[in-house]
Design a protein around this ligand. Structure first.
Ligand SMILES: NC(=O)c1ccc[n+]([C@@H]2O[C@H](COP(=O)([O-])OP(=O)(O)OC[C@H]3O[C@@H](n4cnc5c(N)ncnc54)[C@H](O)[C@@H]3O)[C@@H](O)[C@H]2O)c1
Length: 340
């Protein structure tokens, strides 16, 4: 069966996802798009063989021809679209963050629990990145014994003009929050955000940040978040265990040696670094939705927990100090393996 998809928010990642979902090998096509910028929606629809631009996201969700919904608008707009898709009984893939407060994410969880069916998948694409999967496989296979410490870095070349200090946590480090839960199979028990000397190249932002996480089993994690690093886009993760270490390899496919130096190219941005992860993520989501099965990837509960941790990190950023995290009980609907 071909899955007919509607996409709400057709900016950067919306267009990336459309490219993968429309007529790809996964048996899906895009039949509708909507964007607050209606000219942009019309232009994107005009470039697709079967898509119509609809006046609003609500119209798109309500349209019978749409089997499943992708939400790639700005974070603060996600909640009403995801709730409407759940109410309509349609599978919905929502880019991270699921919503911008834990209360809003909680309302989505409550709606799904009331519907008695998992319909929501959140765009935590690291879980689909072959390098991150290899890291997890090595760890789970006992290659380095019990993990003790994790060192991560999330470095963006630059940040857009609307980017705020809080977005370093809520929009950027939220990827590490989900990654750590998935990689280590543990919840995050506490967080502290430290503010080192400020980069003169970060504009008005407090950049970089150092985020320290305490996992429930005592593993300690440090994450450098730099959003104006200039040299490129780089994601690092090294796990130190009882019998060895395992780390993400340099993603450069080749090394160039010349003029007395050896160099590998650094990806320009997330589109280049994580292209394969989006391919795998959307293919699996579309196949699962087309088969009428519940999503296999990170769901509303994962989006909610990530937001609880993000809110705690923001509390530390604003007021200083270590913030302990108390999680509510997980509803039975979300029992079972978390993510791929
Ligand atoms: N998983 C990832 O690696 C990843 C990477 C980039 C962005 N994202 C997430 O994807 C989302 C979009 O990011 P982007 O970089 O594509 O942003 P963008 O600004 O390029 O595009 C967002 C689009 O949403 C539209 N929009 C805004 N409000 C709307 C509304 N109420 N209804 C419909 N459309 C609306 C805007 O007009 C714009 O076209 C964000 O939540 C972001 O955090 C995830």
């Amino acid at each position: 069966m071909t899955l007919d998809v509607g996409v709400i928010g057709v900016g950067m990642i919306g267009q990336e996802h459309i490219r993968r979902l429309d007529g790809g090998t996964g048996g899906s096509r895009v039949v509708a798009v909507a964007d607050a910028d209606t000219d942009r929606a019309a232009a994107v629809a005009g470039g697709l063989p079967t898509a119509k631009a609809l006046p609003s996201g609500e119209d798109l969700i309500a349209w019978d021809a749409v089997d499943a919904v992708v939400v790639t608008s700005w974070g603060p707009t996600h909640e009403p679209y995801v709730l409407a898709a759940v109410a309509a009984g349609k599978p919905v893939f929502c880019e991270k963050p699921l919503a911008i407060t834990q209360e809003a994410c909680g309302r989505i969880v409550d709606a799904e629990v009331a519907a008695g069916r998992r319909l929501v998948q959140v765009g935590f694409n690291r879980r689909y990145d072959p390098a991150h999967r290899a890291l997890k496989q090595a760890l789970d296979g006992g290659a380095i014994g019990a993990p003790l410490l994790v060192h991560c870095a999330h470095r963006n070349a630059s940040s857009p003009p609307h980017y705020t200090r809080d977005m370093s946590i809520a929009d950027t480090a939220i990827h590490e929050i989900d990654e750590l839960r998935w990689l280590l199979g543990q919840e995050i028990a506490a967080v502290q955000v430290l503010t080192p000397r400020r980069s003169s190249r970060g504009g008005k932002l407090q950049d970089p940040l150092l985020v320290l996480f305490e996992m429930a089993d005592g593993v300690l994690v440090d994450v450098e978040v730099s959003v104006n690093i200039h040299y490129g886009y780089e994601i690092r993760c090294e796990i130190s265990g009882e019998t060895g270490t395992v780390e993400l390899a340099d993603p450069a496919p080749v090394t160039i040696r010349r003029d007395g130096a050896a160099a590998g190219l650094v990806p320009a941005d997330w589109r280049e670094r994580f292209a394969l992860s989006y391919d795998i993520e959307l293919r699996e989501w579309a196949d699962t939705a087309a088969a009428g099965r519940q999503p296999l990837g990170p769901g509303a509960w994962d989006g909610f927990i990530a937001q609880v941790v993000s809110d705690a990190a923001l509390q530390s950023l604003h007021a200083g100090g270590r913030v302990a995290i108390a999680l509510p009980d997980r509803p039975d609907l979300y029992a079972g393996p978390a993510g791929p």
